[in-house]
Design a protein around this ligand. Sequence first.
Ligand SMILES: [Zn+2]
Length: 186
Amino acid sequence: METMLQDRRVYELLEKVDRDLALKAQAGGCEHCGGILHRGNYTRKPRGGPAWDSRYSFCCSREGCRKRKTPPSVRFLGRKVYVGVVVVLVSAMMHGLNEGRVKRLRLELEIDRRTLARWREWWIHTFVQGDFWRGERGRFWHAITEEKMPSELVEAFGGWQREGLMKLMKFLSPITTSSCKGVVAM
Ligand SMILES: [Zn+2]
């Protein structure tokens, strides 16, 4: 799995998916008044991946509305400081047996122990109790042990490989929008 985090192609694909999601969101116009959307990206400084310095977001151009629309993202998992694939894969690895590997990776990516513990809390409590997971868990044909999140999710999608990882990040992307309440905040 360390290889996935070092795979440039993974990051290129994530960028492409985010661009597509952004174009689609913009083409849909303002959800409140149907007005034209202008770019109003958020500044980001994520760790553990490429220097992705902005997250796509739009603002309605109509005076008196100006509502925001932020498309789902496969690069940023909510407001977490690290890029999404790091939060997913490193968290999943914590359930494995090899503590040495986790430690090495943690040091390499400069993730402190408390952050890791927070991610774990987030997966096994906030995430599994959120509306998104409650709505989706039924689609897995074998039960996912929620205490082993996100490890079992990564397994289910084949997320240790490029293609599976992309599918997993797309699956998770709805939780990165504000319409998915209770999950984004951390
Ligand atoms: Zn509007």
